[in-house]
Design a protein. Structure first.
Length: 306
């Protein structure tokens, strides 16, 4: 999975890969960046309005940072972190790099990043838990034993009950998130992703996306490979911080996104514009779609901003 996504010629090494293959909240409504702007202003204010760095890990096409760059205070330092080339047309004030700064004061944003941190898949067989191997042509086998550290993680966070049940080992996500948050000396870290529910997701969640369609998760670098995230496990991987988990619907409503249908005031053009905007905002809040994402917020040296 790591090689297919991030190796030489990997899926995410191609320019514009995310936007070409799947649609995210950043592509839906301007309310998305406006909500983040409000959240960041709260964090900035709590930090005293001095040094403020916004780092987006897994910045993809840079859509969120580009929107923030349009009117964010000039003293805000905006940093996009991704393995893909710098997006064409990204405002000059946005830095672009493969690794986040070693230490900074401000906000770490990770929107749909943890779901593409590579994981191993396990399956319960008659002989016990076994690692699932996948060939480039999609053929699978489940024969290798599961390492002890992974077994311990699964026993705590994702138990499989019946032969044929599958799980994804999220220990790599815990480590990746803890490493990212460790770079925030003061401020807030926010991860946004679809959360796994082991009692529901008995077949696992690993899947692929290519050109807007769901496909088999074959590790040949032709498609995105993604799996839902055990968000509470990631939260516990970071010690000594204030934390909260909430749905995207709840988070965005707390930040002023309503999706409320406008009233008609006699101006047809204005009404249609506002109606279209409300429909886009409602898509962000839909609990069966984008509103079903989970937000993990963790704060260092200040209160949680929601």
């Amino acid at each position: 999975m790591a090689e297919a996504l991030y190796g030489d010629g990997g899926f995410y090494r191609a320019a514009g890969a995310p936007a070409a293959h799947f649609r995210t909240a950043a592509h839906v409504s301007p309310a998305w960046s406006q909500a983040w702007r409000q959240l960041l202003e709260r964090v900035d204010s709590a930090l005293g309005g001095k040094t403020f760095v916004v780092v987006e890990k897994g910045a993809g096409g840079g859509e969120l940072l580009a929107a923030l760059a349009a009117d964010a205070p000039r003293r805000w330092r905006l940093v996009g972190v991704d393995v893909c080339p710098r997006p064409t047309g990204l405002p000059a004030r946005v830095e672009w790099r493969e690794e986040p700064p070693d230490a900074f004061v401000g906000a770490l944003l990770a929107v749909e990043w943890l779901d593409v941190v590579p994981v191993d898949v396990v399956e319960r067989t008659e002989a016990g838990l076994r690692l699932v191997e996948v060939a480039p042509d999609g053929r699978e086998r489940a024969e290798l034993p599961v390492p002890r550290d992974d077994e311990e993680w699964l026993a705590r966070w994702w138990r499989t009950a019946e032969v044929g049940d599958r799980a994804e080992v999220g220990r790599s996500r815990d480590d990746a998130w803890a490493d990212a948050v460790a770079r925030v000396t003061r401020g807030v870290a926010v991860a946004v992703d679809y959360a796994v529910e082991p009692r529901r997701d008995v077949a696992g969640t690993l899947t692929g996306y290519r050109e807007g369609r769901q496909v088999l998760p074959v590790p040949d670098a032709s498609c995105d490979l993604t799996a839902h995230v055990r968000m509470d496990s990631c939260a516990q991987a970071v010690g000594g911080v204030e934390s909260m988990l909430l749905s995207q619907r709840d988070a965005l409503q707390r930040l002023g996104v309503t999706g409320r249908r406008p009233s008609y005031d006699g101006d047809a053009r204005s009404y249609l514009t506002e109606l279209s905007r409300a429909g886009a905002d409602a898509e962000l809040l839909d609990p069966g779609g984008l509103g079903g994402f989970t937000w993990l917020l963790q704060a260092k040296g200040l209160p949680l901003p929601l």
